[in-house]
Ligand binder design. Structure first.
Ligand SMILES: [Fe+2]
Length: 303
């Protein structure tokens, strides 16, 4: 049974890494830190080396990294992927070095081709400790993809990777936790209606006031706020979605249901009505989640 610690980091492709580095540092509230690769800008909101790695590319997801509970998880993970017929390879040494983590495995989500890396330990940064600035960010929370066959993606995450479903909005989105991490979801997959993409990614904040103050702070900066403030029914999170300089959708959220390792409640299937997405039923700007390519790196596949 494969066990995880948490969502480790997200590597994002952006058009201008300097511009995005400044946005995530000054307006989102991450700490910019140095790192081994000159091609990457590293930012963090934790004691990890980084939580976000910015690369130059078509705006969207380059790669997601999950931190396993220990290196012992690598062997059963490889067996599970091979048994499922999913391509799997060692993470190239250059990427391990650039991401400041130890050896690991790379695979590709079968529907969207999203690159997923799994490793056990990331080196600490020698930067001073992360101190929250404009928002009291607790952690990188989750990311959500939309895929052309979301049911198949959810099945692969549960049956092969040992993720657990926390809730579903029928036909629309499945929220999953990386077992035994207690957070309601570290990953979600939405119905892409025939398309694949990065839907959004999330930073959890420690105070409801961060949602309200960020709304007005971002509006003053003319950062497009595209949904919220609102409250998700499935996780109970209060949320605010806004756009980064490339139009990628970023979320702050406050509060989230947590699940015990043993005896967790059964997943719910909620009806696909607006109250299931947002109890407060606020408007959604059509720019939400409109941008978000998924980089294709699977062997033999070219974007
Ligand atoms: Fe979210």
């Amino acid at each position: 049974m494969i066990r995880y610690q948490r969502l480790g980091y997200l590597a994002l492709n952006v058009r201008d890494i300097g511009r995005s580095q400044a946005f995530y540092r000054d307006h989102v509230g991450l700490q910019s830190v140095g790192g081994r690769s000159a091609d990457v800008r590293y930012l963090r909101c934790s004691d990890k080396h980084h939580d976000i790695a910015l690369y130059r590319g078509a705006p969207g997801l380059k790669r997601a990294g999950f931190q396993l509970e220990s290196e012992r998880e690598l062997a059963p993970l490889r067996r599970a992927l091979e048994a499922a017929g999913t391509p799997v390879t060692d993470i190239p040494a250059g990427d391990c070095a650039a991401m400041h983590h130890g050896p690991g495995l790379r695979t590709w989500e079968p529907v969207s081709g999203a690159t997923l890396d799994f490793y056990a330990a990331m080196e600490p940064s020698d930067a001073p400790p992360f101190v929250p600035t404009v928002a009291k960010i607790q952690r990188l929370g989750h990311f959500v993809l939309r895929t052309a066959d979301a049911a198949a993606t959810a099945r692969w995450f549960t049956e092969v990777l040992n993720f657990r479903i926390s809730d579903q909005i029928d036909g629309a989105v499945t929220f999953m936790r990386c077992f035994p991490n207690p957070l309601h979801h570290s990953f979600g997959v939405g119905n892409g209606k025939g398309k694949n993409g990065l839907h959004h990614f999330n930073f959890m904040v420690s105070d409801a006031d961060d949602i309200g103050t960020s709304l007005w702070r971002l509006k003053k900066l003319e950062v497009p706020v595209v949904n919220g403030p609102g409250r998700h029914l499935p996780s109970g999170s209060m949320f605010l979605y806004y756009l980064d300089p490339d139009g990628l959708t970023v979320e702050y959220s406050f509060g989230m249901e947590e699940f015990p390792e043993q005896g967790a409640r059964a997943p719910r299937v909620l009806p696909p009505v607006s109250k299931s997405f947002d109890i407060w039923e606020g408007p959604v700007d059509p720019r939400k989640s409109a941008v978000g390519a998924i980089e294709q790196s699977r062997p033999g596949v070219h974007a």
